[in-house]
Design a binder for this molecule. Structure first.
Ligand code: FAD
Length: 544
């Protein structure tokens, strides 16, 4: 520890727990730990979540690429992405990515968590984690064995029904995919509407549902514009955190943790902070003149994400959202939203799901698809097309390709190098091509025929496997589900960063609690599983 930091930590105020990051996991943790009477300080690098774009569901489109509220990361281009850098924005405000995300609530398959346990992570089987999914959610409908009724997080069904959605479902059923009323219940496979973290027209971020209610407690303090630059150690014991206002990096402050420091910065920023703090691959740290506190080769490795591709069709005989967001129609939608009536202002970006198998021999879905009666220019989220359009997106549930996150320098304000290695694994290429064929087939169902005009992307000239793979390389995008960069695993697993209690191996008083610790990708958008991790981790801490 430098002289300056030593004196600032001596003079620092202290709390039982210091949580770095107020996202999906950090906010829930802050709520649960402060409820037990412990003093808790949350450091959040981003600003408060005052903007209406962070609260009105449709505001997502304005927030995701706004650098005030989202870290504008991107993965390096590779041959598999046709040399393109792939944007991977991450939330940077109270609530983290839950303040800008796509609002889909999707837990994954029971087998995902049984797999975590089988990898040596005792306590993380489906039976172990189900109570933590249930205790945080407030859901109407479904089976009591699977669904929670009294939690803080409302999980609701859509109230805006579009004829294209109904036709898409009917078409999928026609092609052998059953309608599933609750993919978060006994069985994931099937087609239907997404469940969303939206309540009475408003986004339900973890800041809104967990952090802010807890901020009424005197023992919880939340500091915004507080970007952690380093975890501070005495020997191998974490004792506090150095942080700064991102606009004034030279004015470093410190806060002391009497019991534990908890890193909850998300799957890109968590490995970055650990590496800056001297925890990571020793060679990398030495290359940047960072003193090695512990050589942990797994920090920043094992990066996984869902690489998705969209099939887009021009629509006839119906208006789509592309028209509803323009001129007088938009004004009408806003006034409907203000009157608490069904409106496109209160929709998640994807309305329908289909979970299905890329080959019939499989016993469970290995593909997730999404459908929405809208289309974006060139298939990229941002600007809607001028013509009526619909989109069926698809990604592989559990890709094998793995990437890395590595600091580029010892400067805490510099973005790390991200190499996601999308489609690097040949099996991933095959599965995604099958997924594109399935998405295409679903848009050409009999039930949708009255609305299907023509395919825009990939287009009629794209037929063979190699043409479809080439399309995936040129048009694929991140689903923003990065995880695994500080993965959980037992001692003896060289690349494990934390143990099944989420304590950093070989270090005292330091845990990682966020999407980084996932030992394997869940078959789902990963927010629900990350929230579950925060919810369960609070109990692990209280029990230790
Ligand atoms: C655009 C988008 C759409 C998505 N859509 C969905 C969806 O529909 N459904 C779904 O299930 N999942 C979705 N996800 C993924 C999901 O939201 C994330 O996986 C989840 O929020 C990750 O939780 P986390 O706690 O790991 O990190 P985050 O929620 O990202 O929180 C990390 C927090 O730490 C803060 N932080 C980072 N570094 C520092 C530092 N050095 N000091 C202080 N604070 C720091 C960040 O600013 C942030 O607030 C989406 C994500 C994005 C970005």
């Amino acid at each position: 520890m430098s002289q300056a930091t030593q004196s600032s930590i001596r003079d620092a105020d202290s709390f039982d727990y210091v949580i770095v990051g107020s996202g999906a996991a950090g906010s829930i943790l802050a709520n649960r730990l402060s409820a037990g009477g412990a003093t808790v300080c949350v450091l959040e690098a981003g600003p408060p979540d005052h903007s209406p774009y962070l609260h009105i569901p449709a505001g997502f489109i304005k927030a995701v690429f706004n650098k005030k509220y989202a870290w504008q990361f991107s993965s390096e281009g590779t041959a598999q992405t046709n040399g393109r850098r792939v944007p991977i924005p991450q939330g940077r405000t109270l609530g983290g990515s839950t303040s800008i995300n796509g609002l889909v609530y999707n837990r994954g398959q029971a087998a995902d968590f049984d797999h975590w346990a089988a990898l040596g992570n005792t306590g993380w089987s489906y039976e172990d984690v189900l109570p933590y999914f249930k205790s945080m959610e407030r859901r109407v409908g479904g089976d009591d064995r699977y669904r929670g009724r009294k939690g803080e997080l409302p999980v609701t069904d859509i109230d805006w029904i579009h004829p294209l959605c109904e036709a898409f479902i009917a078409g999928a059923v026609e092609q052998g995919i059953p309608r599933n009323p609750d993919y978060n219940g006994a069985e994931q496979a099937g087609v239907g509407y997404f469940q969303r973290t939206i309540d009475r027209g408003w986004r339900m971020s973890t800041a809104k549902c967990f952090l802010k209610p807890a901020m009424a407690r005197k023992n919880l303090e939340v500091r915004t514009y507080a970007q952690a630059t380093r975890v501070l150690f005495e020997g191998c014991k974490a004792v506090g955190v150095a942080y700064c206002h991102p606009a004034h990096p030279s004015q470093v402050r410190a806060v002391r943790a009497r019991r534990e420091v908890i890193v909850s910065c998300g799957a890109i920023n968590t490995p970055k902070l650990l590496q800056l703090s001297g925890l990571g691959p020793a060679d990398l740290l030495r290359q940047h003149n960072i003193e090695v506190v512990r050589d942990l080769p797994g920090v920043g490795e094992n990066l996984s994400d869902h690489y998705s591709v969209r099939v887009v069709a021009r629509v006839k005989n119906s208006q789509t959202m592309n028209q509803l967001v323009k001129g007088l129609s938009l004004a009408g939608q806003i006034s409907r939203w203000l009157m608490k009536r069904p409106s496109i202002m209160a929709l998640s970006p994807s309305l329908l799901h289909y979970f299905w198998k890329s080959t019939p021999e499989l016993t469970a879905p290995d593909l997730q698809g999404v459908f929405t009666p809208a289309s974006y220019k060139e298939g990229y989220v941002g600007m809607l097309d001028d013509f009526p359009g619909m989109t069926a997106g698809v990604w592989q549930h559990r890709p094998e390709s793995r990437g890395q996150v590595r600091i580029r320098s010892a400067d805490p304000l510099q973005d790390p190098l991200i190499l996601a290695n999308y489609l690097e694994h040949e099996g991933d290429q095959r599965t995604l091509v099958r997924g594109i064929r399935l998405a295409r087939q679903l848009l050409r169902s009999q039930a949708l025929a009255q609305y299907f005009d023509s395919e825009v992307l990939p287009g009629p000239l794209c037929e063979s496997d190699s043409e479809l793979l080439d399309f995936a390389r040129r048009y694929g995008v991140s689903s923003y589900h990065v995880n695994g960069t500080a993965r959980m695993g037992p001692a003896g697993d060289t690349y494990a960063v934390v143990d099944p209690q989420l304590r950093v191996h070989g270090i005292q008083n330091l845990r990682v609690i966020d999407s980084s610790v996932m030992p394997a990708m869940p078959s789902a958008n990963i927010c629900a599983a990350t929230m579950m991790i925060g919810n369960k981790a609070a109990d692990l801490i209280k029990q230790s």
